[in-house]
Each structure stands twice: as C-alpha cells, then as structure tokens.
Ligand binder design. Structure first.
Ligand code: FAD
Ligand code: GLY
Length: 652
C-alpha cells in the first residue's frame, strides 16, 4: 500500500478520531491509521466529564477542561446526527462523598451527611458528607467511540484499522512519509495521536499508567428508576451508572509499565472501596473486568501543538481526562492545521516544556585547541612531530573530532561524577542508551540533560535491544532524542543487538540486518561487534560509518583479549575502527591505539574506578599517547639485546 492523503493521523483513539472528524467537516482529506481499536484507553475509560470532581487546580489545564466540557453538548449532538448513534451523554452532575470532613471547603457546594443522602440514598454509613459538582457529567465512551468511528466513515475519512505505524521518515526538517505495516503513506501534515504508545515513534515523555476497571449490572425494578442516577466520585474509586443498567467501577492507578491484565488485588481494592461507598452493590452481578493505559506525562498535562518537524502536530498525553478533552483538542488542532491559528491556551501544552533549551554553542570540532607538546627547536635534523598536533582528526561519517576517546554515561556513582569525568577526559563523543534515558531507568534520570550537548556530540546507542527490529526502532528514537537536545543533524547511532544477557555478546546476524536497514534510512551506523574480521568487512560493505570490535566482554575490564583479530580488522578496514568494551586500564587503552585503532570507547573502566574524573583524564591521555606512538612508529623488535649507547667511536 503506497498512498497519500492531505492529513495523516496516527492513532484511532478518541483524540485521533475526534480530530479526523473535525478536519473532515472543514473539507480536508484525512486518513486515520489505527493499530488496534480495542487497546485504546478511550475504550477502557469511565467516560466521566469531571474537571471539578478530578480536582484540577486552577490554571491552563482546568481552563482547557472547562472549555471542553462546555463544547460537549453541541459536539455530541453533531456526532449523533452524523452517525445516527446515541452516545449516552448525561450532564448528570457528580457527587463526591468523603469519609472525613475536609479542612477547606473551597467554592464547591458542600453537602452534609443528610444532604448527600438526600441526593443519593443508600450511601455507606461512614460517608460524612460530600461535594456536589452540578456541571460535571458523563458520556458512554464506548458508544461515543462507535459514533466517532461511524461518523468518520460516513464523512469519508479513510480509517485504516489494524495498521501499525512503524516509523516516521523525515527529510530536511519535515516528515516526508510514514512507514506502516502495510507500506508507506504520504501526507502534507501528520498528527501524532497514538496515546500511551507515542514514544514508540518519538521520544516524548509519555508513559502508560494502568487503570483496572469492572462493571456490575444494577437491578432494575419495574417502573422504578435505577438505584444510582449520578456518578459517585469517592475516595480512591468512582461509580458511573450507565443508562443501560451497567455500573462502571474504576479505577486503579498503577505504574507497572505495559503489564497487562486484571489482578485479584486490583479488583479487590476497587470492590472494597466501592462497597464502602455504596454497600448495596455487594450483591449485584459482575459483568466484566478490563484495563487500559492512560497516556501519562510527567506534569500530567497533555502535549498539544506543533512537534519536532514543521508538518508534524502532536496531540497526546491526555492522561485522566482524554474523553473530556476530545472536543477542545479536535477544535484547537484543526484550527492549527487548517488556519495556522495558535490558541493562546496551546502555549501551556507545548512538547518542548520537557526539554532543556538547545544550547546555542556550535559544535566545536574544528579549530579547537591542539594537543600540547613540549617545544622543540627548529633544527632540521630533528624530525617533525607527526601530524596529530594540528591535523590528525578522527573523521566519522564526514564529521571531524579532535579527541579519539569516546565515553559513556552508565554506571557512575553520581551524575556529577559523570559530568566531571566527561570534561576531564576531553572526549567529544558521549554515548547514551536511548532506552534507559527514555524510560528513566535507575541512574539515568535527568542524564540526557546533564551533558552540554553544545560541546559534546551525542552517540545514541541501542543498548537493551535483543533483535534487529528492536534496535531499528530504538535507533529512530535516538535520532529524535539527539534532535530534541539541539543536534538537528545528528544521524549517528551506535548499534547494539545483544540477545545474550550473560556475556553480552552481540548477535552478528541481527547486527548486520539492522545495519543494512539503518544505513538505508540515512543513519551513520557504528556497530558494536565481536572482533570478527569477516563481519567487520561486511558491515563496511553495507555502508557503516565505523566498526566497533570489542576488546573483551562489556564491563569485564579484561583488556584486549582479541588482539590478533583486532589487528586484522584494523589492517583491512577502510572505515575507522573503534575498540569498544573490555578496556580496563590506560595501558590497555594505549595498546589498542598503538595497534592502530582509530578510537576507543571506554565507560566502565572510568565509571567504576575509585576516582572517575582522574581515570577519565588518564584514559584521555592514554588515547593521545597511543595515537602519537602509532604515528611515530614503534622501534623494530629484535631478538637480542642492543646497547643503548653506540660503541663505535669510543676509546678502547
Ligand atoms: P488511546 O485511546 O489510547 O488511543 C490510541 C490509539 O493509537 C490506540 O487505538 C492504539 O492502538 C493506536 N496506536 C498506538 N500506536 C500506534 C501506531 N504506532 N500505529 C497506529 N496506531 C497506533 N478520561 C476522561 O476524560 N474521563 C474518564 O472518566 C476517564 N477514565 C479513564 C479510566 C481508565 C481506566 C483509563 C485507562 C483512562 C481513563 N480516561 C478518562 C483517560 C482517557 O481514556 C484517555 O486520556 C484517552 O482515551 C486518550 O485517548 P487517545 O486517543 O490519546 O489514546
Ligand atoms: N479519569 C478517571 C481515570 O482516569 O481513572
């Protein structure tokens, strides 16, 4: 499938579909690509329209939610007309019972025990009163999703169900196309609305926050109203009565990454709280259990507006209020795309609030301080120092570096020790594990921001990837991460495909496959490999920028165990050879450089030493010394002693 559409929306949850319908109604040609309708949080949600019950503090988020709640009646009327489906919108008000009298009572309407029982008879005996939020309400989000889908199709939106976007291709600062499980799709503008999954495509700090839910069937007596008429938003749980007799009970809030499924503990917790709130439900039949992933951001606000590229728009991270926020999101995003109108509210939800400003300092790889040498007099009998003082640059993918030492960021006792070590080593390239930085793995929090990327060239790496596919995906994220941190033209990737957790040895086949693909996608690929000369040659042939043979297993500090093979790689290679992994001491670093390696990558030996900055400096000096020694050419090896002072001309 190779197709094109004016606007391509990635994600068919409530946000993607709502934007699609709005754009289509304004005359655009729209395609929605949806991996899996059932997995959407929009399907799992409770459907509360509850800016007040959710206790949002005054500010831009509350304003956005209130605006959306205000848009709701007209928005659902339009959708019902377009789809001929009911969506169960009920501006029923929300009661928020509490078990302890609150200290401050704010502006909301407080109901005492008697008052709240008047609104909702049958509340638990521990309820002491509660808040009444008359303007909050609910919608049946599953019905709403059906209606949106139907409306989109009836309007002529091209909805591609069961299709996954695998990558966003970019050229010269613009998205050029998207690569999907069914081929390439081109558009003029792209909207990224893939909920919790967004950071599989771009390095945005959106994480899945799991919520477990269940539903009961309320008893329906002839000619009697249902026992619950309004949403009850209690401590740690809420009860949402639907008009069809279902009672939705939610929801847990769990930071368990992508762990799916309902758990006995999750469901028990919900039921205990629900029964405390409204005891009669303990005997009602259970109908269904389910769960979903809220797209959570660090500040719990959505990400809305223009993205990394001119023609990319972001609409994600709606966390607990995406059902509520659908109408306003659709309207603001459609205004932005079709009328280039940026509502002032959007300024609070820009993606770049999460990233420190790119540094203005230009990359400092040319004309920087040369290595310092002891001065020599101009005597012509003394050979000139070899070139490294001014000319001997390491050149990778056309980019010049003065230092031949690359360092890493892992395993340091502290971020400060890492920062000092990077400076002391005088390295110009630092590798960072895309996955660990993104997931903020222990020791990697704030790491990307801790380095002055105006001075240091980032080498994103695919550490943690076990397969070629995984590594390709993470490489793409790495490119975006470098961009975000101000290195627009950084296409470097250190490719690691390591299926074996014990010895951490790279998979040669997976590495070659991933390298081929990444080279095709325009990456400068620096593959980490075993010291295998044939593989090194193949990687060179497919267009890699360097090869990075290991000296010995990663983090082992065993030094250069594969000397003979590394020597062959160096001899036959036309691209830089970077000895990576295993170096434990500066003498081993110097040895690799004396052998003719073009550069080194050293991490553990620095980070795990007793004084990382001092060891970093020593490694930097060793790389220089080894390089200079290599250029100077070592003396010939002899089998017999040869006196240091010549004997000729001496008086006997
Ligand atoms: P989703 O609904 O998750 O949709 C994203 C879609 O993108 C999915 O269908 C997915 O398959 C697709 N996708 C992902 N990656 C790709 C890809 N690479 N290619 C193609 N497609 C892709 N909000 C409220 O306002 N009120 C509530 O009462 C409420 N209750 C909630 C209760 C629970 C338990 C949960 C989990 C959420 C609740 N929310 C509620 C929050 C709300 O559901 C979300 O904020 C909202 O649904 C997010 O919508 P979305 O379209 O951004 O993401
Ligand atoms: N807004 C309800 C929830 O996210 O659980």
């Amino acid at each position: 499938m190779n197709s094109s559409s004016e606007i391509v929306i990635i994600g068919g949850g409530i946000i993607g579909l709502a934007i699609a319908v709005d754009l289509k109604l304004r005359g655009a040609t729209v395609t929605v690509i949806s991996q899996d309708f059932q997995q959407a949080a929009s399907h799992a949600a409770a459907g509360m329209l509850a800016p007040h019950a959710e206790e949002l503090p005054p500010g831009a988020m509350l304003d956005l939610c209130l605006k959306s709640r205000w848009l709701y009646p007209e928005w659902v009327r339009k959708l019902q007309d377009l789809s001929a489906l009911e969506v169960g919108y009920i501006p029923c008000g929300i009661l928020a019972p509490v078990f302890d009298i609150p200290k401050s009572q704010g502006d909301a309407t407080w109901l005492d025990k008697e008052g709240i029982n008047h609104y909702q008879p049958g509340l638990g005996s521990e309820v002491v009163g509660g808040w009444w939020y008359p303007e909050d309400g609910q919608v049946d989000n599953r019905q709403l999703m059906k209606a949106l889908h139907q409306a989109a199709q009836r309007l002529g939106v091209n909805v591609l169900e069961g299709v996954t976007v695998e990558a966003i291709a970019q050229k010269q600062g613009k998205v050029s196309s998207i690569l999907t499980s069914r081929g390439e799709i081109e558009g003029q503008t792209y909207v990224l609305a893939s909920g919790s999954w967004v950071n599989q495509l771009l390095p945005l700090p959106v994480r899945p926050v799991k919520g477990q839910m269940l539903s009961l069937r309320m008893p329906r007596e002839p000619h009697q109203p249902l026992p619950l008429q309004r949403v009850l938003y209690g401590p740690g749980t809420y009860l949402v009565p639907r008009q069809d007799g279902r009672l939705i009970i939610g929801a847990t809030v769990e930071e368990v990454n992508w762990t799916s499924g309902n758990t006995p503990n999750g469901i028990k917790t919900l039921l205990d709280r629900a029964i405390r709130l409204y005891p009669a439900l303990e005997n009602w039949p259970i109908e269904e259990f389910w769960w979903g992933f809220r797209p959570g951001t660090p500040d719990e606000l959505p990400i809305l507006g223009r993205g990394f590229c001119d023609n990319l728009v972001l609409a994600t991270g709606h966390y607990r209020n995406g059902i509520l926020l659908a109408p306003v999101t659709a309207s603001l995003i459609a205004d932005l795309i079709l009328q280039q109108k940026t509502d002032p509210l959007l300024s609070h939800f820009r993606y770049d609030r999460f990233f420190s400003k790119p540094l203005s300092t230009p990359m400092n790889t040319n004309g920087t301080q040369p290595l310092q040498f002891a001065s020599v007099n101009g005597s012509s009998s003394i050979p000139q120092l070899p070139e490294p003082s001014t000319e001997d640059h390491l050149i990778i993918a056309g980019r010049k570096f003065r230092s031949r030492l690359m360092t890493g960021t892992g395993k340091y006792p502290s971020i400060e020790a890492m920062q000092k070590s990077v400076i002391a080593s005088e390295c110009e390239i630092v590798t960072v594990a895309v996955r660990r930085v993104q997931t903020k793995a222990p020791g990697h929090e704030g790491l990307a921001e801790a380095i002055d990327w105006g001075k240091i060239w980032m080498l994103p790496n695919t550490a943690g990837c076990k397969t070629a596919e995984d590594a390709i995906r993470v490489a793409r994220l790495g490119r975006e991460m470098a961009k975000l941190l101000g290195q627009e033209d950084n296409n470097f990737i250190k490719l690691e495909v390591i299926p074996d957790p014990k010895y951490l040895l790279p998979d040669p086949i997976g590495t070659l496959q991933a390298a081929e693909q990444l080279v095709k996608e325009g990456f400068a690929v620096l593959p980490y490999i075993n010291a295998d000369p044939l593989l090194a040659k193949r990687l060179e042939e497919v267009g890699c920028a360097t090869v990075m043979p290991l000296g010995s297993p990663i983090g082992s500090g065993q030094g250069i165990k594969n000397e003979a093979n590394i020597a062959i790689i160096i001899e036959q290679s036309k691209i830089p050879v970077v000895v990576d992994a295993g170096i434990g001491t500066p003498s081993e670093a110097a040895l690799a450089m004396e052998m003719g390696a073009d550069a080194l990558l050293v991490n553990s030996a620095i980070a795990l030493s007793k004084n990382p900055p001092a060891m970093a400096k020593a490694m930097g000096m060793a790389a220089q010394a080894g390089r200079l020694a290599y250029l100077a050419g070592r003396m010939p090896l002899k089998s017999y002693a040869s006196a240091s002072s010549p004997l000729t001309g001496t008086v006997v």
